[in-house]
Ligand binder design. Structure first.
Ligand code: IPM
Ligand code: MN
Length: 404
């Protein structure tokens, strides 16, 4: 019998799609359109399974997602794509965000320690720092990748509870302190543990990413460590580990910044930044701010990456205000699919997946630079569907041109 292993190109990638709440459901329709475009063209083979989840699902059914969803994501899928999770009024009895299992639970239980958030300004995208749209920035100016630690820090307790729930365990409240010296009365408090292991793996990830960017872009890369090590012990450890790891990467330039000053530099001189690594909550906040430099949240994509698993999501939330209006920008979600193909390609040494990533990147870039239809956030009037269709047909045209 022929013992040859089935080539990667013949085994379909199995994708779990979690639309979640509000506009997450609408952008997921455009994700599906893009995925079908690639699958139908023969460029790559994909199988998808859609899983309902989120706060709205919780309000409708009393559960955050159907039983077995976590196991499906863990055992049966090569990659997970999430639309958005979170809905006003959807809260668990313990006060945690309802639907959190599908995002925080997966980040925790699948150990997705690197939250990769590229901040790239495409040519033709207008940005709005001053309220009106301006087109003064060269697209070379903003090309940053923020890497947010994704499994500990100020999110630790919530991640732990959501991860336990995803695994079917009882959520615990491990630490109880009666009273805080120096404080009186009721106290709301959160722990912020930062470990050597957690810091080392995300920092190493950032340096490896910088190395790949160096060879892709042909320019020297800088890794900036952002923390508040003048105040917190966790950040002190984070920065110490940064220094240790950086000594292994001689060619790469390093920089260190405190988060307060960093927010100013980010807005003032984004051209000075390449790869940026930050503890969890700082990364959460700084990436929303940074999205303004790329045209807003409608353009901000993200990848949650661990050693075994990967999950992709637009950085934006479920935007209840715009839900059901076919109005929001689907490009953040489509770019997240681009990150998915890129990550699958890298992990499996799969040229087909890499090519799909390049095609999406080129399609978005050409769509924007040629004045393709855009949604309200970018100053246009197009609907979610119109933008999604335009980019999907551009992908199809590029694939035909490439002859796949
Ligand atoms: C994000 C979101 C989540 C987070 C929310 C929905 C819990 O803001 O992905 O950045 O805080 O991590
Ligand atoms: Mn956030």
């Amino acid at each position: 019998m022929n013992e040859k292993v089935l080539p990667r190109s013949m085994a379909p990638y199995s994708l779990a799609l979690l639309p979640g709440d509000g506009t997450g459901r609408e952008v997921m329709e455009e994700v599906k359109r893009i995925l079908s475009t690639f699958h139908d063209s023969g460029a790559i083979s994909l199988e998808t399974t859609e899983i309902p989840c989120g706060g709205q699902h919780y309000l409708d059914t009393g559960e955050e997602w159907p039983a077995g969803s976590f196991e499906y994501c863990r055992d049966e899928s090569d990659a997970i794509v999430v639309g958005a999770v979170g809905w006003p009024g959807a809260t668990l009895p313990n006060g945690d965000i309802a639907g959190g299992q599908a995002l925080l639970g997966l980040r925790s239980a699948l150990d997705l320690y690197a939250n990769v958030r590229p901040v790239k300004l495409y040519k033709g995208v207008k940005h709005k720092v001053h309220g009106s749209f301006i087109d003064v920035w060269d697209n070379e100016l903003v090309d940053i990748v923020m890497v947010r630690e994704n499994t500990e820090g100020l999110y630790h307790a919530l991640l732990r509870r959501s991860g336990m729930a995803a695994r079917g365990e009882e959520r615990d409240e491990p630490l109880v302190i009666d009273g805080f010296p120096g404080l009186e009365g009721e106290v709301g408090w959160d722990i912020r543990p930062i470990s050597r292991k957690g810091s080392e793996r995300v920092i190493r990830f950032s340096f490896e990413l910088a190395k790949r960017r160096e060879s892709r872009l042909g320019s020297v890369q800088k890794v900036t460590c952002v923390d508040k090590s003048n105040v917190t012990r966790g950040c002190r450890l984070f920065r110490d580990v940064f220094r240790e790891v950086s000594s292994e990467y001689q060619g790469i330039v390093t920089n260190e910044a405190f988060i307060d000053a960093f927010t100013m530099w980010l807005v003032r001189s984004p051209e000075d930044l390449d790869v940026v690594v930050l503890p969890n909550m700082f990364g959460d906040i700084a990436t929303d701010l940074a999205s303004v430099l790329q045209g807003g949240m409608g353009m901000a994509a993200s990848a949650n990456i661990g050693d075994e698993h990967m999950l992709f999501e637009p950085v934006h939330g479920s935007s209840p205000k715009y839900a059901g209006q076919n109005k929001v920008n689907p490009i953040a979600a489509i770019s997240s699919v681009q990150l998915m193909f890129d990550t699958l390609g890298l992990k499996n040494d799969d040229q087909e997946a890499m090519l799909c990533a390049e095609v999406i990147e080129r399609a978005i870039s050409e769509h924007m630079s040629s004045g393709g239809p855009v949604t309200y956030d970018l100053g246009g009037k197009a609907s979610t569907t119109e933008v999604g269709e335009a980019i999907a047909s551009r992908c199809a045209a590029i694939l035909t041109e490439l002859g796949s």
